[in-house]
Write a protein that binds this ligand. Sequence first.
Ligand SMILES: [Zn+2]
Length: 65
Amino acid sequence: MIGMMAFLAPIFAVAIAVVTYFGIKSFVKWRKKQIQKALGEGMCANCGTKIVENKCPICNTTKEV
Ligand SMILES: [Zn+2]
């Protein structure tokens, strides 16, 4: 049982590392997409929050184009 644990521990460590790696990778990809979207739609003039679907999610006002 202890021998089994010693064998499984590095597998778990590798699995966690792989999950973390792909997690960060997909997060960076998602973040880039969000930034591109923000740059494409601009920022709210009142609070500086990125405009989502031509609207500020905080002020909830339509961006005047
Ligand atoms: Zn706003």
